[in-house]
Design a protein around this ligand. Structure first.
Ligand code: HEC
Length: 287
């Protein structure tokens, strides 16, 4: 280990001193591949090409060629002048809320060395030994079931509109009954509550599937709020549906039901609010 490490460091020194040879030096570390593995593991959740709204409007961390050609971020051969390295060195990137956690010392070193070596974008895989970094976790191909579940999860964004509309409609209908001092449950409210509860449960299940396929990972905090309120809506609406069924059979309306319906309406509205921010961006509702 130490011997090969030492020799690769020597080569690195040579490479750093002559960026033109960065991709050609035989036996050199494959810095392009190594750094890409680090970026993939620690930065891509927010700056990768799959992120729909990349953080800082910077979504090409895996496109080394484009990255190296962007002097605002990387000055090839000069880590100290590169914003990207400054952020990494000062522990500002990745931020504290990063799912993948902070960079290890070795990973930082790889980023530094990559820039120092002239930020090569061409892999020298053919001539170099495989990268020694453990950053690249192999991503196994999803099984057919998993694929189907992830695909189903996409329907979350359609189905959610049913519980929102139905539960709010039930609340409006019940408010009307209360206003007119009606003591009996209205069949329309019962219908909306039943269908609202069923669609809320389906939405919640699909929502968990959707998140499991990676959606929303770039805004973990909003995702958590959305998930908690959405799940709470599903659970509360099921209790509400049971209560609605009991009261419909008895032919009486209780204030418990009205209170719970009000709570469910609030829950679904708040869940929808966070869902909107998740889909349309953090600042969607800002004035
Ligand atoms: C959890 C999300 C997250 C992760 C992970 C993350 N970043 Fe960022 N990054 C951000 C956010 C948010 C901004 C925008 C900060 C701002 O504008 O103040 C940003 C901005 C940047 C910028 C500045 C873009 C510009 O032009 O203003 C660079 C460079 C950067 N990140 C590099 C990295 C690197 C390198 C990594 C991995 C080691 C990384 N980031 C990991 C969230 C993340």
């Amino acid at each position: 280990m130490s011997g090969s490490r030492l020799s690769s460091l020597c080569v690195l020194g040579f490479v750093a001193a002559s960026p033109a040879f960065a991709t050609a030096a035989p036996g050199a570390r494959d810095l392009a591949t190594e750094v890409k593995a680090v970026f993939q593991a620690k930065c891509a959740e927010c700056h990768g090409p799959q992120v729909r709204k990349p953080k800082g409007k910077f979504g090409y961390i895996l496109d080394l060629k484009k990255l190296a050609a962007d002097p605002d971020k990387v000055v090839p051969g000069k880590p100290e002048d590169s914003q990207l390295w400054q952020l990494v060195q000062d522990d500002e990137m990745p931020p504290e809320d990063a799912k993948a956690g902070p960079l290890t010392k070795e990973q930082k070193q790889i980023i530094h060395d990559w820039i120092a070596a002239g930020a090569p974008s061409v892999s020298t895989e053919a001539s170099a030994p495989p990268p020694t970094t453990k950053a690249a976790e192999p991503v196994p191909a999803p099984s057919a079931t998993k694929h189907l579940l992830h695909w189903l999860g996409k329907f979350h964004v359609m189905v959610v509109h049913f519980p929102i509309a139905l539960l709010l409609a039930a609340a409006a209908g019940e408010a009307w009954s209360a206003w007119r001092r009606k003591g009996q449950p209205a069949p329309a409210v019962h219908f909306c509550v039943l269908l609202g509860a069923i669609s809320a449960v389906v939405s919640a299940v699909l929502g968990w599937l959707h998140a499991a396929s990676g959606y929303g990972l770039d805004s973990p905090v909003i995702l958590a709020w959305h998930r908690n309120f959405g799940t709470a809506t599903a659970i509360a609406s099921v209790i509400l549906a049971v209560l609605s069924e009991i009261e419909s059979r008895r032919g009486t309306r209780s204030w418990w039901f009205r209170l719970l319906l009000l709570l469910v309406a609030l829950l679904v509205a708040v869940a929808g609010y966070f869902g909107g921010r998740l889909v349309y961006g953090d600042d969607f509702f800002s004035w």
